[in-house]
Design a protein around this ligand. Structure first.
Ligand SMILES: Nc1nc2c(ncn2[C@@H]2O[C@H](COP(=O)(O)OP(=O)(O)OP(=O)(O)O)[C@@H](O)[C@H]2O)c(=O)[nH]1
Length: 186
């Protein structure tokens, strides 16, 4: 999931009939995950679209079924960041209208090779009204939070009742996310 953005779909429900289309990497893609939200187990079924090489070929089927999409770019690779707008355009065309989208700037651990500033990710995310954080699949920074935030949002939507306080995923992510610093971010 580095170098190009990957989109993953999540589902709360039964195991997939078809296997994930590419080999799993760390916690960000390729695995099913169970997240406990307020005492309820939410199962996330994760598919990795495998990146740019399959752009516009297999991805439409993912969009159609996905309840949530994680859009990843690599903070050390400008073209991966530049591709995000194209992915968002695709998503708006093919995904369900209420799909949960999250923008992730991955490889936050390799600050020496950073070419995309955190502010650039934040600005892009704000423009599209999606939550944003930087992650590291190497150290695990913010990885669990990304899944937890999505699980909370999906659980909230599934069980929403009149009068219940709304769950704001962007506010939640902003309040919980860790930011990389020069010395320590864990
Ligand atoms: N330092 C660091 N390396 C990472 C991180 N995430 C992935 N990598 C490395 O980047 C390389 C590519 O990772 P992949 O997960 O295969 O990248 P990908 O974009 O999903 O690849 P495709 O799905 O085939 O397009 C591997 O060597 C990973 O170990 C990260 O957060 N930090």
């Amino acid at each position: 999931m580095t170098g190009t953005p990957g989109a993953s779909s999540t589902r709360d429900g039964e195991a997939p009939e078809r296997p994930p289309p590419c080999s799993p990497s760390y916690d960000l893609t390729g695995k099913n995950k169970v997240v406990t939200v307020d005492g309820m187990r939410v199962k996330l079924q994760i598919w990795d679209t495998a990146g740019q090489e399959r752009f516009r070929s297999v991805t439409h089927a993912y969009y159609r079924d996905a309840q949530a999409l994680l859009l990843l770019y690599d903070i050390t690779n400008k073209s991966s960041f530049d591709n995000i707008r194209a992915w968002l355009t695709e998503i708006h065309e093919y995904a369900q209208q209420d799909v949960v989208i999250m923008l992730l700037g991955n490889k936050a651990d390799v600050s020496s090779e950073r070419v995309i500033r955190s502010e650039d990710g934040e600005t892009l995310a704000r423009e599209y009204g999606v939550p944003f954080m930087e992650t590291s699949a190497k150290t695990g920074m913010n990885v669990e939070l990304a899944f937890l935030a999505i699980a909370k949002e999906l659980k909230y939507r599934a069980g929403r009742q009149a009068g219940e306080a709304s769950f704001q995923i962007r506010d939640y992510v902003e309040s919980q996310k860790k930011r990389p610093s020069c010395c320590s971010f864990l």
